[in-house]
Design a protein around this ligand. Sequence first.
Ligand SMILES: C[S@@+](CC[C@H](N)C(=O)[O-])C[C@H]1O[C@@H](n2cnc3c(N)ncnc32)[C@H](O)[C@@H]1O
Length: 487
Amino acid sequence: MPSPFLTPGTVAQADNVALLHLRRDQTIPTILRATDDQNLGYKEGKVSNTRFGSFPHSTLINQPWGSQIVASKVDTGSRGRRGPGNKRKAEELDASGTTTPAEEESSNLKKPEAASSGFLHLMYPTPESWTLSLPHRTQVVYTPDYSYILHRLRARPGGTVIEAGAGSGSFTHAAVRAVFNGYPTEETTGKKRRLGKVCSFEFHEQRATRVKEEITEHGLDGLVEVTHRDVYEGGFLLGDPDTGRSPKASAIFLDLPAPWLALKHLVRKPPSGAESPLDPNTTAYLCTFSPCLEQVERTIRVMRQLGWLNISMVEVNHRRIDVKRERIGLDCEGIRGATVFPKSVDEAMLKLRTDDERAKRLRLAHSDGTRVAYSPEEDSTMPKDQQQATYDMGRLVHRTESEIKTHTSYLVFAILPRDWSEEDDLKCRQKWPSNKIDAEPKPAPKSRKQQKKEFKELRLQEQKEENEGRQREEEQEKQPTEGTGDV
Ligand SMILES: C[S@@+](CC[C@H](N)C(=O)[O-])C[C@H]1O[C@@H](n2cnc3c(N)ncnc32)[C@H](O)[C@@H]1O
């Protein structure tokens, strides 16, 4: 079954996970089923009840993603009546012919009737929306962090990511989308093309079981392999901790209380002689996620001892800035969020004068016995030519959103160069033998600085030679010439 997280298609299909989007900050994940054991008793089959009404799944299945679905009136008439005594026996079901119990039951379902109000939007799941709607079993990694982590880990289609611990599976879903390049089918498993995969480890038994169930429900079997293990002790091999298969990972994410205890397993040649969980042919990229600096220090110390390079620490501080206009003034009456109060002494005086004049007019009209129609425009404190458009009113202010969902931790990144053996060196020499290097290397082009220096030196040399020549000539002139005296 293709996963709606990776290839959602155009319509919501039965037995797939879907998100019931109620409003910006409220989304309910559900598995779409016409009938379900948990919803026995509704004549319409499986029903999701929300604050905006009841939604029988028969109104959601096969609807295009993004559709607005209207709530239904549901019949709870038979709820609770279906006790254990009323359950049909297995033999009875077997004998009931070709239709499966679900098919039979769905054909007996009551057609839902639209309610007078209430609706939701039917959305396909994404790692981001899943992070915001998943049932929390632990603290989770949020989108601002995991998008940056996956980028720094070079997680890309066809890669293998090791993750520990799995926790609530928030990071797992983002990681599998980053490495996804196809579903494992019988035709592809034997071939050379490497499929992206996430190898997830979790030592808490119930959490490991729940993550495995969710992976199956979300159609991610074969793309995510969850192992129930204490990675400090057992390491990262798949199957047996000592003799199991290597995941051959090039990216590792550790969200553990003591990541430094797991690092001893992330080496090229484990001292135990077991296989390394890292891909020997590529650089390994590692990230640890720790809330305290003391944890960061210990992790970095062990990273250095084990030969990890390019170690750096980052804290992702994601803030959304809320920009709005702050409107104050008596002319802001009826505007949502505005403070209706004089914004200046002039405005307060104008208001007093207008009120006074209106009171006078009313008194006069009362004594005359005539009716005065009230006009809010007349009452406005602002002269008409000075009145502003609503969107342009007030002072522009901005505030950072305080309640943004993000769990700030320190991210430590490091890389471990690929394994390099003597054999690799030999292969490399054979492929690129040193005699292939140019016999006469061309002289490197001279820089302008070098050219200037050489020119200066040449000039000096010439001047020196000129001076020496002149000196010699002068000396020769001074000496009396032999045999030239007067006779
Ligand atoms: C903060 S949660 C991880 C949350 C996860 N990254 C997410 O996004 O949902 C930490 C998890 O590590 C698990 N854990 C702690 N020590 C472990 C160990 N030695 N081996 C495997 N898992 C471990 C805990 O059980 C917990 O579920």
